[in-house]
Write a new protein. Structure first.
Length: 365
């Protein structure tokens, strides 16, 4: 029986790239030194003023850092950026989870960039109360806006700060304005808690609502509606248009029951569909109308002055609180005083007074 010769296989193996030589120790040290070093404040400012997103992001990272050296550097950068601030319109956007904040902001932001505006979105992600972690997934939810050359999206963890707004958001606004962004959008967590923090750093506060979700009356009961300069009923499309118009009428009636504040602005209600890009232009018209009124009657500037005052006092409160809890004698005494409170040996007020006395006596000596 004859044997057939072996056939050559048509499959060929292409040689891969050769293994790179191991990096010398000196090169590794050089890379580590480079990563650990920071450019000068002057270099930061020059590049931020040019609109360099990399340097803007690095500066924001320094602002958010708890490293003392980073905080000193961030303070110098912020101080140098101050002459280039107060040139943007700051818009706060909040709403319950599922109302479509990210979709609305993407559509609204794209609308503004098409008008030639530079838009910075400071998206605050909720932090876990258990592990303090945050997903920071806003960039994945705004896939079109993130590719826009005139837009910048910066997700930040909310931490434990008031209203779900990251503690350093205000400083981030300063950096974004210095980088040439003329419209700053701040998205809050939207869990229905106090939104006073975001309200105290924006010019216009926008509340997103859903129609037919059973939260119309609930929304009226909350204090958030009193801070809103406009209410936008989102997802007003397809079978939901009738419900959206009914919700619009209900909110309009409710808003007229509230007395006007010192701005003399009557809050507006409108509908939109962020998915279908319907009614977005009307939202911007309302904002422009508000800005025209408040700038002409002096309320715009007065509000910003009051906001600056609020943040001076808030920063003092925060720093005093941090110093108190970092005090070694307070740290030592706190568990014992809490134990006495648990055992009903003393009242919480007595415990607090005792701890404060410890702190003050140490400062007096």
């Amino acid at each position: 029986m004859s044997t057939k010769g072996k056939h050559k296989s048509s499959l060929k193996e292409i040689e891969g790239i050769s293994k790179p030589p191991s990096s010398p120790k000196e090169s590794i040290k050089k890379i580590k030194r480079h990563r650990g070093s920071l450019p000068s404040t002057k270099v930061f400012i020059e590049n931020i003023r040019k609109g360099d997103i990399t340097f803007l992001s690095r500066a924001i990272t320094l602002v958010e850092s708890t490293n003392p050296n980073h905080q000193k550097k961030a303070s110098k950068i912020l101080q140098a950026c101050l002459p280039y601030t107060n040139v943007s319109i700051r818009i706060g956007i909040t709403g319950v989870p599922g109302v479509g904040k990210s979709t609305f902001i993407e559509t609204f932001g794209t609308y503004l960039t098409q008008m030639g505006k530079k838009v910075a979105v400071l998206a605050i992600d909720p932090s876990s109360s258990l592990n303090k972690g945050s997903i920071l997934g806003d960039k994945t939810r705004m896939q079109e806006l993130v590719k826009d050359q005139n837009a910048y999206i910066r997700p930040s963890p909310s931490g434990e700060s008031l209203g779900g707004v990251a503690r350093k958001t205000r400083e981030t606004i300063v950096l974004c304005e210095a980088a040439g962004f003329d419209t700053i959008i701040i998205e809050t967590v939207g869990v229905g808690q106090s939104e006073i923090a975001v309200h105290s750093m924006v010019d216009f506060f926008l509340l997103l609502k859903l129609a037919g979700a059973g939260d119309e009356l609930q929304g009226i009961k909350r204090g958030i509606i009193e801070m809103a300069d406009a209410i936008v009923i989102n997802k007003a499309d397809r079978d939901n248009i009738k419900k959206a118009n009914l919700a619009k009428a209900e909110f309009s009636r409710a808003l007229h029951l509230y007395p006007l504040n010192s701005s003399t602005w009557q809050p507006k209600v409108t509908t939109c569909s962020a998915v279908d890009n319907i009614g977005i232009d009307k939202v911007w018209e309302i904002i422009e109308e508000y800005l025209k009124l408040t700038k002409s009657n002096g309320y715009f500037e007065e509000q910003r002055n009051q906001q600056n005052k609020f943040w001076v006092l808030e920063t003092i409160n925060e720093e005093l609180k941090n110093q108190f809890y970092k005090d070694l004698e307070v740290k030592k005494a706190l568990p014992k005083e809490l134990e006495k409170v648990y055992n009903q040996q003393i009242t919480p007020f007595e415990a607090a007074k005792y701890l404060l006395d410890i702190y003050h006596k140490k400062r007096e000596n």
